[in-house]
Design a protein around this ligand. Sequence first.
Ligand code: AMP
Ligand code: ZN
Length: 143
Amino acid sequence: MTHEDCIFCKIIDGQIPSAKVYEDEHVYAFLDLSQVSKGHTLIIPKTHTKDIYETPPEVAKELFAKVPLIANALKKAYNPIGMNVLNNNEAPAGQSVYHLHLHLLPKYKADEGFSAVWVTHENDYSSDALQQMATEINESIEN
Ligand code: AMP
Ligand code: ZN
């Protein structure tokens, strides 16, 4: 199922060249042009899906199932000291290509490449407030 204006669908189809890392029935993995760190790889489902919100569970399952395989290959090839797996959804969160993708970002030095800015607001929430929030989210789950 390809999407005609989608650059990642075109990469899967071979209409746009890519540095392919891995391919099987369900997924395609290739080097991100930006190479935030050496070996920066994108894993995408062959089924076009815009973002995590629109992704059917089966597609998510097949996509994530291959993350350990590629992460271990990067670890073996380049011996990073860490690995971030990242998925951006919608422009304010950094999404620029609207075909679901997971970034595999090997970490070689603590202060280089990708770094998550982790702002802690732990002191702003009581345990009651956390329970209340958990209930609100749970009540929003639609199976
Ligand atoms: P995001 O910003 O999370 O949507 O990530 C999109 C990523 O796709 C960026 O890191 C781009 O560098 C990468 N990208 C865009 N076009 C290509 C391409 N033709 N080949 C490889 N990577 C690409
Ligand atoms: Zn697509």
